[in-house]
Write a protein that binds this ligand. Structure first.
Ligand SMILES: [Zn+2]
Ligand SMILES: [Zn+2]
Length: 242
């Protein structure tokens, strides 16, 4: 199982960067988790879009979905050039923020996400958990039967997440604010302290942090995370984690 970071910023990218997007690959399955601004260019750089089995969207905020219409153009081009004949499965939250999905039907199989097991593609299984966020948002857990990967999506701190992500090999957690920002992030995003506590309580084997505000120093955020979860690391575009 390999995770490649296509975008790690929010809600806008750092210069040359991209917002939330991650490519998860196993021997047989390839899925794109979120499709923020700049995701498609990085998918072409570090992934193989013709192999894409599914796109999974955590929620409809634009820093996670801005490139979905651009991805549609790419998938349509793959169909036109005969590079793919199968629709891409598109898993999405059925919430008021979602756009008109009819234009996606031609090249995507539309599948609303439900809490619990929602994805079963080749050897990859996925589960969703409801988050605390301004929009309906999900966290995900995926396994190929060997390794388990968890992604928080955008969320405030919820104790149930420690249970949902219990024992994952890698937890990719949003880390939007410093400890001092908790009055701003509450119920919507995780601070350094909260994402570290989540990983610690979930006994996650590794913690990767993401969803950085470009005006913050990522290494300073990481210092705070490591006070609670010493082995944590910060992701960047192009990073591949096996
Ligand atoms: Zn959001
Ligand atoms: Zn976000």
């Amino acid at each position: 199982m390999r995770l490649t970071v296509l975008g790690c910023w929010a809600p806008f990218p750092a210069p040359g960067g991209a917002t939330s997007s991650y490519l998860l690959e196993t021997e047989k399955a390839t899925i794109l988790i979120d499709a923020g601004s700049g995701a498609v260019a990085n998918l072409l750089k570090w992934g193989q879009p013709e192999k894409l089995d599914a796109v999974v969207l955590s929620h409809w905020h634009e820093d996670h979905t801005a490139d979905l219409p651009i991805l549609r153009y790419l998938v349509r081009s793959l169909f036109f050039t005969g590079k793919r004949t199968e629709k891409v499965k598109l898993f999405y939250p059925e919430s008021p923020e979602r756009p008109d999905m009819s234009k996606y039907q031609e090249f995507f199989e539309l599948i609303p996400i439900k809490e619990g097991e929602f994805l079963d593609i080749k050897e990859l299984k996925g589960w969703a958990v409801t988050n605390s966020h301004q929009a309906l948002s999900y966290g995900f857990k995926f396994t190929n039967g060997v390794k388990t990967f968890g992604y928080t999506g955008d969320t405030g701190y919820l104790p149930k997440h420690a249970e949902f992500f219990y024992g994952v090999d890698l937890l990719l957690a949003e880390c939007t604010g410093f400890k001092k920002d908790s009055s701003y992030t509450q119920n919507n995003h995780l601070t350094t302290e909260e994402c570290a506590l989540l990983a610690k309580n979930a006994k996650a084997k590794n913690l990767a942090v993401t969803h950085f505000w470009p005006f913050y120093d990522v290494l300073m955020l990481l210092d705070e995370v490591r006070e609670i979860y010493p082995g944590a690391f910060a992701v960047r575009e192009g990073m591949s984690i096996v």
